[in-house]
Design a protein. Structure first.
Length: 223
């Protein structure tokens, strides 16, 4: 099961192809698609700006069994971080009532390595750009998440504090994206929350973007 996340803040809408077959079209920034059923093994993943002919990513990736996210991160301009697609493993395990299993992913090009916290709870420790933390169980009524420069004591002032709306008993990935210091119309830092698993279903698409509305990419025919 593979989904695609567009988290490259300076990239236009994109089309995504798997082994030459277009599976997602016109995907805007901060969108996470539903899961697609893809065979395990090597696959050619191609990302092309919508309406363009030159791919910004065209490489073979190896897919394992289970749920995975192919996250387009970095910048087409390559000013802070080069554009790439990173493969993340998604947890299928759900949480007990009153809790949510949360994985944090760092995709802010101009941010340092960060700790991701909520109050005294450390959700992820010292994650570099493009990296993901382990799943951590937090109360479902958690309302804010902080990004802090990594330190042993987790007492650095936050570089960003964000509202979050979690789903009870679900497993969810929290993507930190955008720019801490946007310039020239660049998107500000924000969170995009995608549901990896729920007790009675698997949705996978964008669940709770904060600060801006976001759609869920719909697979095209052919996959």
């Amino acid at each position: 099961m593979l989904r695609v996340a567009h988290l490259a803040p300076d990239a236009p809408n994109v089309d995504v192809a798997v082994d030459g077959t277009e599976v997602l079209t016109d995907v805007p920034f901060e969108t996470v698609s539903d899961y697609l059923s893809v065979t395990t093994g090597d696959h050619q993943i191609t990302v092309t700006p919508t309406g363009g002919s030159e791919a910004v990513f065209d490489q073979t990736v190896t897919l394992e069994s289970g749920r995975q996210t192919a996250a387009a991160v970095g910048e087409v301009s390559g000013e802070s971080q080069a554009f790439t697609v990173t493969l993340l493993s998604d947890d299928a395990g759900t949480a007990d009532a009153g809790n949510t299993n949360v994985q944090a992913v760092h995709t802010i090009p101009d941010a340092p390595a960060v700790d991701v916290t909520s109050g005294e709870t450390v959700i992820a420790d010292d994650i570099e750009f493009g990296g993901a933390g382990e799943y951590v169980t937090v109360p479902s009524d958690t309302s804010t998440v902080e990004l802090r420069p990594d330190s042993l004591a987790n007492d650095e002032e936050p570089v960003g504090t964000f509202s979050v709306d979690l789903t009870d008993m679900a497993a969810q990935t929290v993507f930190a994206t955008g720019y801490l210091e946007p310039a020239g119309g660049q998107p500000e830092a924000r969170l995009v929350v995608a549901t990896d698993a729920e007790p009675d279903s698997m949705t996978g698409g964008t669940e709770t973007p904060t600060g801006t509305a976001t759609g869920t990419a719909t697979p095209t025919d052919g996959m």
